[in-house]
Ligand binder design. Structure first.
Ligand code: HEC
Length: 282
């Protein structure tokens, strides 16, 4: 009886697997591959490979943290270049202290921020704006999505707070995209060119509404580092990776601590086991 039940369960498993395989095949045969899809497949470029400080030795990601000087440079790129279109609504000015700015600097950065914080006039109840303080999150660039699209050729510049987490291999992707604009290849099919957009083989549709942003010497770094496209691309990516996971270093430290604890605990358990059974065994 027991054997029969296990055979039956096995058969049901096989049947479900076979069904999944067959429907999968039907699905992929049924899906139309348009010319646009083929072109996208042919010209899409995979991510450039960068070794990031937080990937640690051998790129394992277990050790390795952020480099505060790089994060500060990245913040400068975000502030001077990206922040005119992309918001960073989950980052409070105050948290910039975690990347090495002091209290007075943070206060100044908040007060000087180009967009102000929406507020209400306590006397008249009318809407107004006020200067940001360190307790505020970075103010939105546009009041809403309609305004954002209207200003950007109907495309929406996404909020950057979680972008490196939201895309697969987000840091590599962001860096590749922002440094990856190219002239349209000579063999690119004429009818697949999108007027008004910019060719970028790292973007899923190959044509992106965001114009190229970086050029050598675009900004002057406060720490004197030469501002090449590659440098700015890496720095801003590091900063946005930190913005998406500011507590990464603490998380890793906790993980390593846990493993060390478990190893020591296992050793103790083993010694205890030997002692408890020492007399019984012989
Ligand atoms: C002039 C406005 C503008 C500026 C400045 C700008 N962007 Fe963009 N960005 C856009 C728009 C609009 C899109 C959406 C493009 C689309 O959907 O075709 C976009 C998209 C992106 C994407 C792709 C997001 C995705 O959905 O995968 C990345 C990454 C990006 N921007 C990074 C940056 C970085 C980094 C900077 C600063 C160095 C920057 N952008 C500066 C307007 C801008």
């Amino acid at each position: 009886m027991f054997r029969f039940i296990s055979y039956a369960i096995g058969l049901v498993f096989i049947f479900v697997l076979a069904l999944a395989a067959v429907t999968g095949l039907i699905d992929s045969a049924g899906a139309e591959t348009s010319e646009a899809d083929l072109v996208r497949e042919e010209f899409h470029a995979s991510n450039k490979d960068v070794h990031w400080s937080w990937e640690g030795p051998m790129g394992l990601g277990v050790f390795g943290g952020f480099d505060d000087r790089q994060l500060q440079r990245g913040f400068q790129v975000y502030k001077e270049v990206c922040s005119s279109c992309h918001s960073l609504k989950r980052v409070a000015f105050r948290s910039l202290q975690d990347i090495g700015f002091n209290e007075a600097e943070v206060k100044q950065i908040a007060a000087d921020w180009i967009n102000e914080v929406p507020d209400i006039n306590p006397d008249t109840g009318e809407t107004t704006t006020r200067k940001a303080t360190p307790a505020d999150t970075i103010p939105l660039v546009y009041p809403n999505e309609i305004a954002a699209r209207a200003a950007n050729n109907n495309a929406l510049p996404p909020d950057m707070s979680l972008l490196t987490k939201a895309r697969p291999h987000g840091s590599d992707y962001l860096y590749s995209l922002i440094t990856g604009y190219e002239p349209v290849p000579a063999n690119f099919p004429e009818d697949q060119v999108s007027e008004g957009l910019h060719y970028n083989p790292h973007f899923h549709s190959l044509w992106i509404a965001m114009p190229p942003q970086l050029s050598d010497g675009l900004i002057t770094y406060a720490d004197g580092t030469p501002a090449t496209v590659d440098q700015m691309g890496q720095d801003v990516t590091a900063f946005l990776t930190w913005a998406a996971e500011p507590k990464m270093e603490a998380r890793k430290a906790a993980g390593i601590g846990t493993i060390v604890f478990l190893i020591i605990f296992t050793a103790f358990a083993y010694v205890a086991y030997r002692r408890v059974w020492a007399d019984v065994k012989h």
